[in-house]
Design a protein around this ligand. Structure first.
Ligand SMILES: C[S@@+](CC[C@H](N)C(=O)[O-])C[C@H]1O[C@@H](n2cnc3c(N)ncnc32)[C@H](O)[C@@H]1O
Length: 211
């Protein structure tokens, strides 16, 4: 008797490798980027990539760079995975982990050309603000992960969190403030589109690692 599987043409069998989700073999050693990407290229990382609509489109537009999306919610990570696969991207990988852990413990030192952090959870209640991603410890960990001259791009709708971001990065002498290129700032994220439709403006800042 012929089993169903043996009658299925190979071309329609799901590939065991058809995912862009990367599961590190070790969570205590820094990532070996040569295992993530088939070709070595400058690395850009998005923290809290949500449904991935920004990152998938941006990675498609920049085949000369590699991209890593970090997202803790599996449902959102899978959306980005599917988008990347549909676009046939070989320069995109996604990882399901806490962003702070990835930056502090997994990204190799001086390995990141650009960090994108768009609409991180604002935790508006005072008693929850310690949970915010951006704080002085994070800024220093990000500086160490960035190449010299590497850039960090920030966006938020929350005025008060924006003030905190600005204070944190201007208070770290390892950064200098820079402008965000229009070609980047005009690429809206999923949350940004919703905010824009409601008339909520985006607050934007960018910094470069200078030492
Ligand atoms: C407000 S949404 C913004 C999503 C996307 N950046 C955008 O602008 O459309 C924040 C995202 O960051 C993720 N997130 C929040 N804190 C995180 C953390 N510590 N590590 C990884 N992902 C996180 C959330 O699950 C959520 O998908």
């Amino acid at each position: 008797m012929i089993s169903n599987q043996s009658r299925t043409p190979h071309s329609v069998l799901p590939s065991l490798h058809s995912t862009l989700i990367y599961r590190p073999r070790s969570y205590v050693e820094r990532l070996d980027l040569s295992k993530l990407f088939p070709v070595a290229r400058p690395l850009e990382v998005e923290l809290g990539s949500g449904d991935g609509s920004f990152l998938a489109a941006y990675a498609q537009a920049h085949p000369e760079h590699n991209f890593l999306g970090v997202e803790r919610l599996l449902g959102r990570l899978r959306k980005l995975d599917r988008k990347g696969q549909r676009l046939g991207l070989s320069n995109l990988k996604v990882i399901r982990l806490e962003a702070t852990y990835v930056v502090e413990y997994l990204l190799p030192r001086e390995s990141v050309r650009a960090l994108h952090i768009y609409f991180p959870d604002p935790w508006p209640k005072r008693r929850h603000q310690a949970r915010r991603l951006i704080n002085p410890r994070f800024a220093e960990a990000a500086r160490i992960a960035l190449e010299l001259g590497g850039k960090i791009y920030l966006r938020t709708d929350n005025t008060e969190y924006f003030a905190q971001m600005t204070e944190v990065f201007t208070g770290n002498t390892g950064y200098r403030e820079i402008q965000t290129l229009e070609s980047l700032s005009t690429r809206l994220t999923d949350f940004e589109r919703d905010f824009a439709a409601k008339g909520v403006p985006t607050r934007r800042a960018a910094y470069e690692r200078c030492c």
